[in-house]
Design a protein around this ligand. Structure first.
Ligand SMILES: O=C(O)[C@H](O)[C@@H](O)[C@H](O)[C@H](O)COP(=O)(O)O
Length: 222
């Protein structure tokens, strides 16, 4: 695991976007298509704004999310809508977006459908993760209903997660995230840095980020 510290969030966004673009390009040298998986939330937007302009063959890139709130894209809670605004624009507009939300399905049925839809697009070529101060990543929240299943080695690709205070969520499973070829975590601020430093020695059931540490590069700014 590597820990990269940046002078500020703008420098981090530019560098992380550049690293991710380079890893996508490398994947496309040896594979017909590449799979890019990114989080929602408030941290990654500036990275997307830079990455979307990267000069690479986006027509051969499949983009999906680490997790999604089980809401329509018209909701301001939708991670899919966030991607359409910030990542699937500019040169990246021609990438193939594979949303996790399924209108007309409940999250259980949706998770089965997503698992089938993503099976042929694994392993992930480039993964960007976020993390909460509670050490959750994707929608793998400590104490959530569905977390133990999502941490299992034989977990399906995607699962429903029900966490206190959250709308129903769908999340990629820990082993799918952990098996990504290039893995990056973006966290900001002292609280999340301290939480991450505690998490590395914790049980993933209490600190789900601990389930995806292998070969992870952490990108941090105040
Ligand atoms: O649906 C989401 O919210 C994200 O996918 C989630 O996994 C996010 O990465 C963390 O909650 C951190 O969120 P912030 O970047 O907003 O702190």
């Amino acid at each position: 695991m590597k820990f990269e510290e940046y002078h500020d969030r703008d420098m981090l966004a530019i560098d992380v976007a550049n690293v991710m673009a380079g890893r996508l390009e490398n994947a496309l040298f040896t594979h017909e298509r590449a799979t890019l998986v990114v989080p929602g939330g408030t941290s990654p937007g500036p990275i997307f704004d830079v990455l979307s302009g990267a000069r690479l063959d986006w027509s051969r890139v499949d983009v999906t999310l680490t997790d999604e709130r089980w809401v329509d894209e018209s909701s301001d809670r939708s991670n899919g809508a966030l991607l359409r605004r910030h990542l699937l624009v500019d040169r990246a507009a021609v990438a193939t977006f594979k949303p996790l939300y399924r209108a007309g399905m409940d999250v259980d049925a949706g998770a089965l459908d997503v698992s089938a839809a993503l099976a042929d697009h694994l392993p992930i070529s480039v993964l960007l993760l976020g993390m909460g101060a509670d050490m959750h990543t994707a929608s793998l929240f400590p104490g959530a209903d569905g977390l133990d299943d999502a941490l299992a080695a034989d977990a399906p690709v995607a699962l429903p997660i029900h966490a206190e205070g959250q709308e129903p969520r769908i999340s990629l499973s820990a082993h799918v995230l952990d098996s990504a070829m290039s893995k990056h975590l973006v966290i900001f601020g002292a609280e999340k840095r301290a939480a991450f430093e505690r998490a590395v020695d914790m049980d993933p059931r209490n600190a789900p980020i601990a389930a995806v540490l292998e070969d992870l590069t952490v990108h941090w700014a105040e």
